[in-house]
Design a protein around this ligand. Structure first.
Ligand SMILES: Nc1ncnc2c1ncn2[C@@H]1O[C@H](COP(=O)(O)OP(=O)(O)O)[C@@H](O)[C@H]1O
Ligand SMILES: [Mg+2]
Length: 289
């Protein structure tokens, strides 16, 4: 396992920031954040993680469960340097935003010195910290439940002819923060939408959602990534702090066909984020713990 002090001096470049966002709770942000963080560690990168949804605290509890499980079974599994950020409780909104800004920027700067990637989980609601983090993202990943109803997190859809009427509030926010980043840093960000909880039962619905998503993606410039199927194993993994990428070393895990396919889905997502293609972030040999 890497500690922050181990990681100092190893890098001096700016870390690549991945933000998990979607204004709906329960779409799989925290689950995906954990899998992306562990996946990148397993590719040999140094990884930090930030939980901006510290009130809900799913990502932080997931991580705490991991540390507990690792300690209980004396496992040598990689874990990121994790940082939960609580929303400021200052008296005025101005003071809250100033404190939130300072805390977040400090976390980014400190981690950037030590890691290659920072994975940021955000709340399923519109908050100042959520918006701010989107403007610092190099990659935004939006997991969405694979249904027509959940498409409204991306676009307003005509219920009659299913045409796109305009961006959703979340999409508007992403486009605004994307502009902000361009103006501030002269750099674009990449937005990736992934379908989550794909069901094998309703092929027609799956196809129709897919077709509409293709259209929406062209309209608002995001890329579609292969998603995760609906699988009961995610609940159990959360409780143990494990991911699908840890299965081989997990003493309590019984390998099934379903978990092997699920692991492939995570690897496909990681390939889509394509860390090995990110310029200036050479692949490192994993350190033994
Ligand atoms: N592909 C999936 N199949 C089954 N359950 C899932 C899947 N993705 C997420 N879940 C479950 O759905 C719940 C919400 O996921 P979570 O990652 O906490 O969403 P969010 O962070 O967007 O609120 C969790 O109990 C999680 O285990
Ligand atoms: Mg969450």
């Amino acid at each position: 396992m890497h500690s922050l002090t181990d990681q100092q001096n190893t890098t001096s470049h700016k870390a690549h920031i991945i933000v998990l966002g979607n204004e709906k709770g329960g779409s799989g942000k925290s689950t995906t954040a954990m899998h992306v963080a562990i996946g990148l560690l397993r590719l040999g990168y140094l990884v930090g993680s930030i939980d901006l949804d510290a009130r809900q605290g799913t990502f932080t509890r997931y991580m705490a469960n991991r540390f507990e499980y690792i300690a209980r079974h004396k496992l040598a599994l990689p874990s990121p340097v994790h940082f939960p950020i609580e929303k400021s409780k200052a008296a005025t909104v101005d003071d809250q935003e100033r404190q939130d800004y300072e805390f977040f920027m400090m976390a980014l700067e400190e981690m950037s010195k030590a890691v290659d990637f920072i994975v940021v989980d955000t709340p399923g609601s519109d908050t100042y910290l959520g918006q701010l983090s989107h403007s610092y993202a190099d990659t935004i990943i939006t997991p969405m439940n694979d249904s027509f109803i959940d498409l409204d997190v991306l676009a307003r859809i005509d219920t009659g002819d299913r045409s796109i009427k305009g961006p959703s509030i979340y999409t508007k926010m992403v486009l605004e923060q994307r502009e902000k980043k361009r103006a501030r840093d002269g750099q674009d960000l990449e937005w990736i939408v992934m379908r989550n909880r794909l069901s094998s039962l309703d092929a027609k619905n799956k196809r129709e959602v897919g077709e509409l998503l293709e259209e929406i993606s062209k309209e608002f410039s995001f890329r579609l990534a292969p998603g995760f199927g609906e699988r009961v194993i995610f609940r159990e993994l959360f409780l143990k702090g494990m991911t699908l990428l840890d299965m081989k070393e997990d003493p309590e895990h019984k390998m099934t066909m379903s978990s092997i396919s699920a692991r492939q889905e995570v690897r496909d997502l990681l390939r889509c984020i394509a860390p090995e293609k990110v310029k200036g972030y050479p692949r490192k040999v994993p350190k033994s713990s």
